[in-house]
Design a protein around this ligand. Structure first.
Ligand SMILES: Nc1ncnc2c1ncn2[C@@H]1O[C@H](COP(=O)(O)OP(=O)(O)OP(=O)(O)O)[C@@H](O)[C@H]1O
Ligand SMILES: [Mg+2]
Length: 235
């Protein structure tokens, strides 16, 4: 399997706070890789560093073999990385359709086709194409954020807690969609606090604890590990 992402020994600081400590991880083409851990473990920091919004003091971040650790954030989209941030951040004043158009700015040649694809995957969005995004429900906003990210036809999609704050039935839907996107060819790096569901769909996973990778393995292995059960799966 070709390597999509390879991170080696990154160290990230917020002033005096040492947020990521020698973090290494990789994501192969076609995988769903989950990054789990408690509040403040460094999950979001990891995604923001991959996206070029934060910088590591050490090590390397390679995307399909090319070092991106100094690449500007806005250039990463055209290199194939889409980041759906924590809290979604759709454009609240714009319609659903306008949000999707914004997502296509590196891929404007196939705008119509891209939007049609997103509506096929998210029929709920199609019915609401002219609705102002700020009036969508939380789950619909998450779908829109994911749909917008898909408009750039990413190689690697990074999702930061897509299930946060959603009712159980919507959580299940979002996880189903993640699985479908992966089946359709998108490689996924999934940050989640919902360890149980994340491990269920992940090929492999890493556990972050206070800025360090504590454990890694297949989703199955980790779901069965006593350490994980105790700390993240409620016994
Ligand atoms: N802008 C910032 N300035 C200072 N410290 C920060 C900043 N952002 C994050 N941190 C600290 O870095 C550590 C890692 O934070 P991060 O947001 O990556 O955690 P997380 O695993 O995503 O947590 P959560 O599950 O709550 O989203 C925390 O201790 C946090 O307080
Ligand atoms: Mg976070």
């Amino acid at each position: 399997m070709a390597e999509i992402l390879n991170i080696e020994n990154i160290n990230v600081y917020y002033g005096q706070i040492h947020a990521l400590k020698d973090v290494s991880l990789k994501v192969d083409e076609g995988e769903i890789v989950a990054l789990i851990g408690a509040n403040g473990a460094g999950k979001t920091t990891t995604l923001r560093t991959i996206s070029g919004l934060l910088r590591s003091k050490t090590g390397s971040i390679k995307l399909m073999g090319n070092d991106i650790s100094h690449t500007e954030a806005h250039k990463l989209v055209s290199k194939g990385v889409a980041h759906v941030p924590e809290g979604r951040h759709v454009f609240l004043q714009m319609t659903v359709q306008e949000n999707l158009e914004m997502g296509a700015y590196t891929n404007s040649a196939n705008l119509k086709e891209g939007i049609a694809d997103v509506y096929e995957r998210f029929p709920r969005l199609k019915h609401r194409m002219n609705q102002i995004a700020g009036t969508l429900s939380g789950g619909e906003q998450q779908m829109l954020a994911m749909g917008r990210a898909l408009m750039s036809k990413p190689k690697l999609m990074m999702l930061d807690e897509p299930s946060m704050g959603l009712a159980p039935i919507l959580v299940q839907q979002i996880f189903d969609i993640v699985k479908e996107l992966n089946k359709a060819g998108t490689t996924i790096l999934l940050v989640e606090q919902n360890a149980e569901m994340a491990l269920e769909i992940a090929d492999r996973a890493y556990v972050l604890e206070t800025g360090k990778i504590k454990l890694s393995g297949t989703g199955k292995e980790l779901a069965q590990s006593d350490e994980i059960k105790k700390a993240y799966l409620g016994g």
